[in-house]
Design a protein around this ligand. Sequence first.
Ligand code: GLA
Length: 729
Amino acid sequence: MGIIYNETYRTWTLHTRNTSYQMKAGNLDYLLHLYYGPSICDPDMSYQIRQYDRGFSGNPYESRNERTFSLDAQPQEFSTQQQGDFRVSSIEVVNGDGSHVFHGKTTDHQIQKGKYRLDTLPSVFAGKDDTADTLQITLTDQISKVQVLLLYSVFEEADIITRAVKVVNQGDQPVHIKKIMSVCLDFLNGARMDLVSLPGRYGQERQVERQPMTHHIHTIGSVRGFSSHQQNPFVILCDREATEDHGDCYGFSLMYSGNFLAEAELDQYDQLRLVMGISPKQFFYQLNPGEMFEGPEVVMAFSEHGFTGLSHLYHDFYRTNLCESKYVQKVQRPVLINSWEAAFMDFDDVKLVEIAKAAQKMGVDLLVMDDGWFGKRDDDNSSLGDWVVNQDKIRCGLDRLVEQINDLGMKFGIWFEPEMVSEDSDLYRAHPEWAMEIPGRKGVRSRNQLALDMSRKEVQDYLIKSINQILDNANIFYVKWDINRSLADIWSNALPAGQQGEVCHRYILGLYRVMDGIIKTHPDILFEGCSGGGGRYDPGMLHYYPQYWVSDNNHPIDRLKLHYGTSFVYPVSTMGAHISDSGRLVPLKTKAVVAMCGTFGYELDATHLTKEEQALCREQSDLFRKYYPLIIKGDYYRLTNPFETGNMTAWAHVSKDKKEALLSVIVTNLTCNGPQEYIRMKGLLPNAFYTVNGKEELYSGSALMHAGLPIEREVPEYTAFQFHIQRRD
Ligand code: GLA
């Protein structure tokens, strides 16, 4: 059992294979956090906490004349509100009597086998071979009768602990939740820690930034209505000395696709607190007597082996315990070609068949018809919401078009942007009240489209019905699910004035319900997420989609950074990566090598390629299929950091049994008469011998990892190398 309750010390210890996590019902029944890190066997780590009188830090009333116990200095498992702890709170409620206070004391706990479930939000699951146990600890405010249920599931083998939180109103008056964090983690000594996050922008998502903790509250989050291009719901706290391979790293990955917040505060005593959950901005949630509110799950991991160690824990876990689609592991994914950068909205059935015929020669398995096939859509000013085939463009009908593609031996995919509506659409004309617009005000336009009020059940039902109708009436193999604007004008015509603070969260709940109703009812369809590129690339979405479009930026050299940053938490198997016309100076072969750090495909007009280019593409598609198990299931290593100046960017995929590896190197910069460059491998067996690209010469794993492979120098700029490394037994 990965969870141990020690009755003598009133401690709970969660054990995974390599880590331990401990808390205690301490002084006055406050729930204290004692430890998270490499495995320990001590039943009570509270010896670390020293009580002494601290000026201007309040003492609970029950302490009477004893001035040394203050919540302002205790490492807490879930920081309270208005109880003399002036650091970032985990909860803020407005009680029925108007008071802003939550005074939670430990009142109960339960330990159970298996993983807890969330009813309204996606969460990870335990596979049949996983040992997962669950702990629930209840904190109760005896006056307001508000209860907080802290949930923990321990995945022993995976070295993962998940947390979630529920709030229950056991009182007899409505209360309002202003802030509810899913995780609170206190470190007694945080002065030498850094915070790593994945900020970005449209076209440059998930760039990596690292900042030392200073005596401030460092905040990361999104208020754009979705997790966004600008920030990602993932942060790392690490030792200042931590590197790619060494040092303590703590990861926090929030399974939520809406507004989120992470706050990291280094306090006056160098203690560090991290909280993470739904953003309190645009959030004010009414909880009536007897009702329960669920907060999203946080997936936590700890590694002593630097960023690589941490990434591998997430990659392995997210490849097996996040998304139930058979395409995650069991069924090979296709090489696709997407019509967007080939034709934008200027296509018809004939053009699509022409692209498919050319793509067939390139070894492509799947044609995706992107934006522009529905309603009257010829540009991006109309028709979103009208999920009916545009007969002027697809003259032969959708089923006939799909048949023609299938006759070429290829599969067919289609694009939707379900959450949006154009003012120029039949849907908007029929139901203007379904769009998010604040009555009496002019709304914010973005790509000239409005967001649908996804919190409304009628909207959800309409989308489930109209999209399923398309999916059920043609042989559709793949769906690209897009969203192309941030939310503003937060409003629902279906909610009373006092509940408008619930709209953003209810939007996300509605979205998940629609996804359940479309994606989970079509287990044979491969779904890919997209948000103007990679704007909503988060675990909430990856619970539904096995893959996600990394970015609209297809420039292969920019992609090196995009793939690097994304890989800090998300496995390569989730990364949608294509060859396109972007980066004209970069050879096609190099574009292909870059796109092989992902699900591989094309985003160009195949009819414009020469025969030689088509043949080269076929070679690359075949190579991808050959290396597919390594790329999708192997361990991924970042061998260089593309954010640092260097002449080469390299990464490797190594099979779990270490018998095979694929090393990819891109020459990003050529220096005149420069030094010889070596790339050092990672992840091989030091004492085993390996061949490189099938040649006779043998190298030990040690040699490849410590001396490295010399990379040919006299090559044109942007040359790519792939080395297939195989163990010789
Ligand atoms: C977004 C996507 C693109 C494409 C367009 C279509 O920008 O990221 O790949 O699908 O929408 O409008």
